[in-house]
Structure formats: structure tokens, C-alpha cells
Design a binder for this molecule. Structure first.
Ligand code: HEM
Length: 256
């Protein structure tokens, strides 16, 4: 009787384990598709509706097009993957996940710098004021936080390389702060993308045409909705304790 009951508990556990694994596989796959999809759709929008890319005095509009593409690539796709790596690579040693995290941020960094220079130079060429809009203010804060996070992450990684054991507790105390600001930067980046897309739709299509929902308006809205979906799914994945690394907490604290 006792044996029968323990066998039924075991099968319950197995079923729950299988469900959790399916949920994990589903959300990670969905997040991966959306993260790549949003950048692919932005490239499609720019090439199909906005005449593609360029960087020359007589092509300021094409130069502007680098801005949304690189900002979405840097702040959403690369940063999104960088954040999710701690959940995707659960079986890797933490040091390798950290390295991958740093590599994805290192890919985001030039995207954001060039993306910003593209719009800054575009404004100067067209004689438009800098930093006048709500979008540019949100973007400025997001970029500032990204830079700060990058510096703190680099510093703690450097400490890890120089003196792993002696700096462990200091580095461990930085982790929750770095994680909280990382989420904030990601959400602010998404807000900047949404305000930027709205602004661009109104500037280029005009309020009247945009309200008629032309094809281009639909594409812009889909890019925005995908960004919202990514934010929701990334927050969901981060909030699920069960998606965390299988490495024991003790080993994590030693390897930080
Ligand atoms: C996280 C992503 C983004 C950040 C951090 C960001 C940041 C900025 C900043 C700082 C400016 C002001 C540049 C200046 O005044 O010289 C700007 C301008 C602009 N951005 Fe973005 N941007 C982002 C994404 C986007 C996206 C996806 C679009 C969509 C097309 C967009 C559209 C615009 C437009 C139209 C301007 C010129 C008007 C203005 O200054 O508000 N941005 N952006």
C-alpha cells in the first residue's frame, strides 16, 4: 500500500517535471523567435518602405535608418539574449555563461553607439535641435544606464580574473544591483523603441495617413507589439525561479 502511494507520488513528480520542461522549452523558443524576428522585421521595414541604408551628406534619411535598426538590434535583440543566457545555458559552467553574457553586451555596445551617432549626425545635417523629444530623453537615460551597467559588469569581471576568491563577497553583493538595473535598462530600452516608432510613424506617414493604417503603419505597429511581447516574455522567464540554473546556490556563490 505504502509502496503504491510512493510510486504514485513519483509519477506525479515526473509529470510535473515534464510539464515544467515543456513550458521552459516553449517560452525559450518563443523568446528566441521574437528576439530574432523583431530585428529581421525592422530590416525589412527599412529596406522595403524606407529605401535602405547609407551614410553620406546627400543621404541623411538613409543614415537615419541605421538608428532604429541598430537600436532595436542592440537594446532588444542582443541585450535580450544577453539577459536570457542565464536561463538558456542552464547546464554550462557559470564562468562560460558570464563570458557569453559579456560577448552579447559587447555586440550591443557598438550597435548603440553607431545607432546614436547616426541620428545625432542626421539632426545636425538637417539643422534639427538635439534632445528635444520625450523619446530622446528616455533614450538618453537608457543609454546612460547601459553604459553604467557595462562599466560595472566589466569591473566586476576584471576583479574575477585578478583575484577570484578575495573579491567573491564584494562581487556577490553587486549581483542583485546589477540584475535589477539590467532589467530597468532593458525595459527603458523597450520604452525608447516604442516612443521612437510612434514618432517616426507620425513624422513620415503624417497623423492623417497613419490613422488610415496603411501597410507601412501595420509593419511599424507589429515591430512595436513584438517589442512589447518580448518585454513580457523576458520578464516572465526571469520571474520563474524554476527556470534558473541547475547549479547549486553554493556553487554559484563561489563562482560569482
Ligand atoms: C532603445 C532604443 C533607442 C534609443 C536609446 C534611442 C535614442 C534616441 C536619441 C538619444 C535621440 C536623440 C538624438 C538627438 O537629439 O540628437 C533619438 C532620436 C530619434 N529616434 Fe531614437 N532611440 C531608440 C530607438 C528608436 C527607434 C526604434 C525608432 C524608430 C524609428 C527611433 C526613432 C527616432 C527618431 C524619429 C528620432 C528623431 C527625433 C527625436 O529626436 O526624437 N528611435 N533616439
Amino acid at each position: 500500500m505504502l509502496e503504491q502511494r510512493s510510486r504514485s507520488y513519483e509519477s506525479d513528480d515526473e509529470e510535473r517535471g515534464a510539464c515544467e520542461w515543456c513550458e521552459y522549452a516553449l517560452v525559450i523558443t518563443l523568446a528566441t523567435i521574437l528576439l530574432i524576428g523583431v530585428s529581421a522585421l525592422t530590416v525589412f521595414w527599412v529596406i522595403f518602405y524606407r529605401e535602405g541604408y547609407g551614410w553620406a551628406d546627400d543621404l541623411p534619411e538613409k543614415q537615419f535608418n541605421l538608428h532604429p535598426t541598430l537600436m532595436i538590434g542592440g537594446f532588444v535583440t542582443f541585450s535580450g539574449f544577453s539577459v536570457l543566457l542565464y536561463r538558456i545555458c542552464r547546464c554550462f559552467r557559470r564562468i562560460y555563461v558570464k563570458l557569453l553574457h559579456a560577448i552579447f553586451h559587447a555586440l550591443a555596445f557598438p550597435c548603440i553607439v553607431i545607432g546614436f551617432l547616426a541620428v545625432f549626425d542626421f539632426h545636425n545635417k538637417k539643422g534639427i535641435n538635439n534632445f528635444y523629444s520625450l523619446h530622446s530623453w528616455i533614450g538618453f537615460v537608457a543609454m546612460g544606464l547601459f553604459g553604467l551597467q557595462y562599466a560595472v559588469g566589466f569591473f566586476s569581471f576584471l576583479l574575477l580574473l585578478i583575484c577570484s576568491k578575495g573579491t567573491a563577497s564584494f562581487r556577490a553583493s553587486l549581483v542583485p544591483i546589477h540584475a535589477a538595473f539590467g532589467i530597468l535598462t532593458f525595459v527603458l530600452g523597450a520604452c525608447a523603441c516604442l516612443t521612437g516608432l510612434t514618432e517616426k510613424a507620425l513624422f513620415t506617414l503624417g497623423a492623417e495617413r497613419y490613422s488610415g493604417l496603411p501597410d507601412e503603419g501595420v509593419v511599424i505597429n507589429v515591430i512595436g507589439v513584438t517589442t512589447v511581447a518580448i518585454t513580457i516574455i523576458v520578464m516572465y522567464i526571469l520571474s520563474r525561479d524554476r527556470f534558473k540554473s541547475q547549479t547549486s546556490d553554493r556553487r554559484i556563490s563561489v563562482e560569482l
